[in-house]
Ligand binder design. Structure first.
Ligand SMILES: [Fe+2]
Ligand SMILES: [Fe+2]
Length: 285
């Protein structure tokens, strides 16, 4: 007699509860002594704790629209991953505070901005903003993971703990890149709203990143250093050109048929998983 086994749909990814050694031993300019490139990544880190809490809240607010066991489980795994990222970037940012950066002030600016967004935008537009910003994190992840496959990448000679932290965050961003978008679609999200919010989020987010970069570089006494700005521009747009490489992929979001799964970096994630299994940095985390 033959029977049918009904499998419970599983989330395609799981959180990894890691704690990185950011309490001591990380040099201030952990990207190979490069000041402005290091401050660029540190600058992004300051956006994460409040940003990821906003992502979780906006996805949870639409949970009633989620149909199907698989998406339910993915929402849960998404919230768990983002919660752990938020905690680890809090610890990372405490390290930056000890290094003398104006972290409390910058984090407060991010929190105020998100509080304004939460107060003024309808709930579904907040979720559209999350989907838009998740496209940015997926793009950055795509660039970092694809670069990590090569011998020359932006973290080539970076401190191993910090490189491991960023690559772990990148891999998990890539794993859960569809969740906020799928919940947005389930909640009745539509093309016009999605792309209008993306255009708005692009301007606001990158203006803030630039402003915070200036704050961070002022704290480093490099704000008026043309060579530091040139080194940052070269790293992001020249070689390895992390942002240059993802710029064309950014515009995919404006295609009516766009879905985050179009951004395939499964081979790069598979490679990272092998590194995750064997690297002492992850075993210690
Ligand atoms: Fe995250
Ligand atoms: Fe995310």
């Amino acid at each position: 007699m033959s029977g049918t086994i009904t499998e419970m749909p599983q989330a395609t990814f799981e959180p990894r509860n890691l704690q990185f050694g950011v309490d001591g031993g990380v040099p201030k300019y952990w990207v190979d002594g490069r000041k402005s490139v290091t401050t660029f990544f540190n600058n992004l880190s300051i956006f994460f704790p409040a940003g990821e809490r906003f992502f979780i809240a906006s996805v949870r607010a639409h949970q009633a629209h989620v149909k199907g066991a698989r998406l339910h489980k993915e929402v849960r795994a998404f919230c768990a991953q983002e919660g752990i990222h938020s905690r680890e970037h809090d610890r990372y940012n405490e390290m930056l505070e000890r290094q003398g950066y104006p972290v409390a002030e910058l984090e407060q600016r991010v929190e105020k901005l998100l509080a304004r967004v939460t107060r003024r935008l309808p709930k579904r537009m907040q979720l559209a903003a999350t989907a838009a910003l998740e496209h940015f994190t997926a793009l950055l992840a795509h660039a970092l993971l694809k670069e990590a496959e090569k011998d020359t990448n932006i973290f080539d000679r970076a401190h191993p703990t910090m490189a491991a932290l960023w690559k772990w965050h990148a891999a998990e961003e890539s794993e859960h890149k569809c969740v906020a978008y799928d919940v947005y679609l389930a909640a009745g999200g539509y093309y016009g709203e999605r792309v209008a919010v993306m255009a708005f989020a692009t301007i606001v987010f990158w203006a803030k990143v630039f402003e915070h970069q200036a704050y961070m570089m002022k704290s480093d006494d490099t704000l008026y250093s043309p060579s530091e700005w040139a080194k940052l521009g070269w790293g992001l747009f020249g070689n390895p050109g992390t942002l240059r490489k993802i710029l064309p992929l950014y515009f995919l979001y404006y295609k009516p048929s766009f879905h985050p799964r179009d951004l395939d970096c499964s081979a790069a994630i598979a490679q990272w998983k092998r590194e995750f299994e064997s690297s002492p940095e992850y075993q210690a985390a």
